[in-house]
Design a protein around this ligand. Structure first.
Ligand SMILES: Cc1cc2nc3c(=O)[nH]c(=O)nc-3n(C[C@H](O)[C@H](O)[C@H](O)COP(=O)(O)OP(=O)(O)OC[C@H]3O[C@@H](n4cnc5c(N)ncnc54)[C@H](O)[C@@H]3O)c2cc1C
Length: 128
């Protein structure tokens, strides 16, 4: 059985304006807007070009072979993941790492915390 994920579709466009949204990232939560986020890349680097590049992120279904972005931590998938974890433990040489391997939604700070914890647990090296 396969764990399920959510995916995304990205649509990138060059706009003939200096500034589109005044910010690198704006989230959209309204049901009638089809994208969930617009990234305006120049604001990460304080660019001052006469045009601007934006990327809209649209939710997309995931199927095996596609790009998985987010785990789906519902009952079915959590219980399936627990079975995989048990199998891995009985193997003794398998370690699940990272956001997709751990099947958890991590932001960057949590991804780093989890990696440091794993290194400490597996290699006995503490990282502060
Ligand atoms: C669309 C999106 C937007 C995000 N936005 C934010 C944000 O705004 N702020 C924030 O803090 N966090 C954000 N995150 C979360 C953040 O990106 C992740 O938490 C972080 O990148 C996880 O790091 P990781 O090393 O666990 O996994 P990843 O960065 O996914 O790295 C896993 C790596 O393993 C490689 N890999 C996979 N399978 C195999 C294999 N079988 N063999 C070898 N290599 C393999 C992959 O190619 C990849 O390079 C976002 C995540 C996504 C998907």
């Amino acid at each position: 059985m396969t764990l399920e994920y959510r995916s995304l579709r990205f649509e990138t466009e060059v706009l003939p304006e200096e500034n589109h949204q005044g910010n690198a990232v704006v989230n959209y939560t309204e049901a009638d807007i089809p994208y969930t986020r617009i990234i305006e890349h120049k604001h990460f680097e304080f660019g001052d070009q006469p045009s601007t590049v934006v990327t809209r992120e649209y939710p997309a279904n995931w199927a095996p072979g596609g790009e998985p972005y987010y785990p789906i931590n519902d009952e079915r998938n959590s219980s399936l993941y627990a079975q995989y974890e048990q199998m891995a433990q009985s193997e003794g040489k398998v370690v699940f790492a990272g956001r997709l391997g751990g099947y958890k939604y991590y932001d960057m700070d949590k991804a780093l915390d989890a990696a440091f914890d794993l290194v400490e647990r597996e290699l006995g090296v503490a990282i502060d």
